[in-house]
Write a protein that binds this ligand. Structure first.
Ligand code: GDP
Length: 304
């Protein structure tokens, strides 16, 4: 079965790793959100792409889920001592990724090509693609006005109340080379358990149409996120956060929805939205959980 998976950072990377373990490399394409990308300290930073790649390469910090394992912080500490901005924590190893990416971008290479080169260097066999090579930027409309995504997410630690989102630059952004081709070749598309508002929606805003069966995994378990602000965003937008809210979010596009055992009582309500459901363990703390969920999903998708 050929699969394309749409992913943000931490939640997306976990399922991507599980899928990569059981699907042949030529049959798996991960399309990653770049709406969180930004320039900082003169460097071009792609948080979600890097989280997905570090995880697939076995280089990710297992405690945080983002950044590199065994990281040191000498550079950013010294930037701070000089009075520079240190609110976005960049480790020394991670910094090398941003330095080299920025250098290649300045040479005129597109982000998709650089990502491919980095994947080769890191020994990643599946295809990882940024959603677009064009600069698309997620802007958070909040009670404190419009905020660039990382300003809201990291600097302000998601404290402002959200009112909505805008994906700047999306009108003129084409999907990165390989994205449409992958979507035409696959049997199914998986929405990883990523933030629907700021990880999956930006990808959909670029890709626009998906004509293959789509299966989503809920990033919300028992009304809460495992990490990050998705549940807070639903509440602030006047929607009770739940697996049902996520299913309803993707209502027009889904064929199947995967929810956690903890939310089993919502299964009927979700089925009434018109799609098939799978109730399973969706909490992926360990590598084994990621592979298990990927396996469950493959069986579920094949059965339909
Ligand atoms: P970000 O860009 O790093 O915020 O990454 P994503 O959008 O990919 O992931 C954030 C979402 O992943 C949050 O809504 C989390 O609840 C969800 N998430 C993280 N870990 C898990 C997990 O193990 N299981 C499930 N179901 N969701 C998870």
């Amino acid at each position: 079965m050929k699969i394309a998976a749409f992913a943000g950072g931490v939640g997306g990377a976990k399922l991507a790793q599980g899928l990569a373990h059981i699907v042949a490399p030529q049959d798996l394409t991960i399309v990653v959100n770049t709406g969180d990308d930004f320039e900082h300290l003169g460097l071009y930073i792609c948080p979600d792409l890097d989280t997905v790649c570090y995880t697939l390469a076995g280089l990710a910090n297992p405690e945080t889920g983002w950044g590199r394992a065994g990281e040191t912080w000498n550079t950013i500490t010294n930037v701070e001592k000089l009075g520079g901005p240190a609110w976005f924590r960049l480790g020394d190893q991670d910094m090398a990724t941003h330095l080299e990416r920025t250098r290649r971008l300045k040479e005129g290479k597109p982000l998709s090509q650089i990502t491919n080169e980095f994947c080769k260097a890191w020994g990643i066999e599946v295809t990882v693609l940024p959603m677009t090579d064009a600069p698309v930027r997620t802007v958070v409309n909040s009670d404190e006005g419009e905020l660039a995504f990382q300003e809201y997410f990291v600097h302000r630690q998601c404290q402002p109340r959200v009112k909505g989102f805008r994906f700047d630059g999306v009108e003129s952004a084409a999907p990165a080379p390989g994205v449409q081709e992958a979507l035409e070749a696959v049997d199914a598309v998986v929405f990883c358990p990523s933030n629907p508002w700021v990880s999956i929606d930006p990808i959909l805003s670029v890709v626009k149409e998906v004509n293959k069966p789509v299966f989503a995994v809920s990033p919300i378990i028992s009304g809460k996120t495992v990490k990050g602000p998705a549940a807070k965003m639903y509440s602030e937008l006047g929607i009770e956060p739940s697996a049902y809210a996520v299913a309803n979010h993707y209502r027009t596009i889904l064929k199947g929805f995967v929810l956690d055992h903890a939310d089993a009582e919502m299964e009927k309500e979700i089925q009434d939205l018109g799609f098939a459901t799978l109730v399973t363990n969706t909490l992926m703390n360990q590598f084994i959980d990621r592979v298990q969920l990927a396996n469950d999903m493959l069986h579920f998708m094949r059965s339909l």
